[in-house]
Design a protein around this ligand. Structure first.
Ligand code: ADP
Ligand code: ASP
Ligand code: MG
Length: 439
């Protein structure tokens, strides 16, 4: 069994959905096809939720209507037969009726998550209708029947595995299964999701749950590039990455992969392939346990970072002090990305600001607290970076024109991370691109 996940752009146009159909029927292997929402849909649903949270029902209604029109055009180009078009009309009607009913009831966070789920529900149902129209045998697997997270928003891999295996056992002869990425149930049995970009995470969790032979992530680019192609003009795909390297890149901002999407594959040693729907024969990137080559392979940047410095004249690094600092973050379920220490101060970075005020208040018990917002972590990832001579000097030379707020080196052999003000991010990525890679 393999997993084939297709992202928003890969299903975002009727002709692309046809391409996806071609790709999943190229061989006769068993596969679970995981689909995202059509590109733009989740952004639109987020905007609808925001309008409702602001009690701006007119704006929400307008946005629902615009999205509705998009789907009414989409299905007519996707499907040919009257029967299939009728089915699609019914599906679209049902989901937009639901959105319109929400306009009439009082809004809350659980309803917001229901709104966000509509994109993947629509894309999978429309795609399934296309397969039916073409007479391609497939089974529809609702993700809400098996995908779940616990009260800490962590996926329940064991439960997911048991449920999914039990469902699949009912279909021993079938070869194609279609399911939604991103959406899941939470511990209250409400509809929830795996955060933005979460379909990659779904694919990896599903792969781990059934111990699939490979997890293919089909997207709109030919694999993981050595730098962010949205910012830097000259980038190139990387043929091979280790799980550790890919996890660092995903976590530190390479948008092609959801930040948490590597660990399930790594835990079960399942290769992950990043492939291009628009160029299916390009080699893409293969991610396995194997560590290859040495030196810098790629850069990524993570925005929206806040640095917090705790300065204390009272023996800051006395044993037990860091524990007290970390306990404050633990109490507010806020994870720390980077940490640096000196005799008189500790700096940490966080990206979840929901409890910033409380955290600062509690840290002030231990010393003066300074906060720098709008920071960016630039991560340089590769194999044995920490052992290779001269790499740090090259990095610093590329960044000589920018003030560096923090440096994290030696934490792993695969990563050097630097914290800069976000306004230097683009220039820093460009300068590192020129200085660290041979072109
Ligand atoms: P999908 O909708 O298929 O999940 P995403 O938009 O989430 O696709 O991810 C693919 C995009 O990630 C690419 O189009 C590219 O702009 C962006 N991206 C950012 N950093 C990288 C990188 N290092 N390598 C490849 N793509 C990257
Ligand atoms: N549709 C969701 C999003 O846009 C999940 C995904 O595309 O991976 O974030
Ligand atoms: Mg994505």
């Amino acid at each position: 069994m393999k997993i084939m996940k297709f992202g928003g752009t890969s299903v975002g146009k009727p002709e692309r959905m046809h391409q996806v159909k071609d790709l999943i029927t190229r061989d006769n292997n068993k596969k679970i096809v995981v689909l995202s929402a059509l590109s733009g849909t989740t952004n639109a649903l987020v905007a609808i939720g925001e309008a409702l949270a602001d009690a701006n029902k007119d704006l929400a209604k307008e946005k629902i209507e615009a999205l509705h029109q998009h789907y009414l055009t989409f299905y007519k180009q996707l499907l040919k037969s009257d029967a299939a078009q009728k089915k699609a009309e019914k599906i679209i009607k049902e989901h937009f009726e639901f959105l319109n009913i929400i306009l009439k009831i009082s809004f809350n966070e659980a309803i917001n998550r229901d709104i966000l789920a509509q994109g993947e529900l629509l894309s999978t149902k429309l795609f399934f209708t296309l397969l039916q129209e073409l007479g391609i045998g497939a089974v529809f697997l609702p993700a809400l029947d098996f995908m779940s997270i616990d009260e800490n928003h962590e996926p329940e891999l064991k439960k997911i595995s048991e449920k999914l295996k039990a469902i699949l056992a009912n279909y021993p002869q079938d070869r194609i299964f279609v399911t939604q990425g991103y959406i899941c149930k939470n511990h209250r049995n409400e509809v929830d999701n795996l955060k933005r970009g979460g379909s990659d995470y779904s694919a990896s969790l599903i792969g781990a749950a059934i111990n699939s032979e490979v997890i293919e992530i089909w997207t709109d680019i030919d694999g993981m590039h050595n730098n962010d192609p949205r910012i830097v003009d000259k980038t190139r795909p990387i043929a091979q990455l280790s799980f550790d390297e890919a996890a660092e890149l995903a976590y530190f901002g390479a948008k092609i992969l959801h930040p948490a999407s590597i660990w399930p594959a790594q835990q079960y040693n399942i290769p992950v392939k990043l492939l291009n729907t628009m160029e299916p024969d390009a080699p893409g990137t293969t991610i396995t346990a194997k560590e290859q080559g040495s030196g810098v392979k790629a850069l990524a940047a993570k925005d929206g970072i806040t640095a917090i410095k705790i300065k204390s004249s009272r023996m800051l690094l006395a044993y037990g002090f860091l524990r007290k600092v970390f306990e404050v973050f633990e109490k507010y379920k806020t994870s720390i990305d980077m940490i640096t220490t000196s005799e008189v101060a500790v700096s940490v970075t966080i990206d979840d600001l929901s409890h910033l005020a409380e955290i600062i208040k509690e840290l002030e018990i231990y010393g003066t607290v300074e906060v720098d917002s709008n920071q960016t972590i630039v991560s340089i990832v590769g194999n044995m970076i920490a052992e290779s001579k001269g790499t740090m000097a090259k990095i610093m030379n590329c960044l000589k024109d920018y003030p560096i707020r923090m440096v994290s080196y030696g934490g792993s052999r695969h990563n050097v991370s630097l914290l800069l003000d976000a306004k230097y991010k683009n220039e820093a990525l460009k300068s590192l691109n020129e200085g660290l890679f041979e072109w």
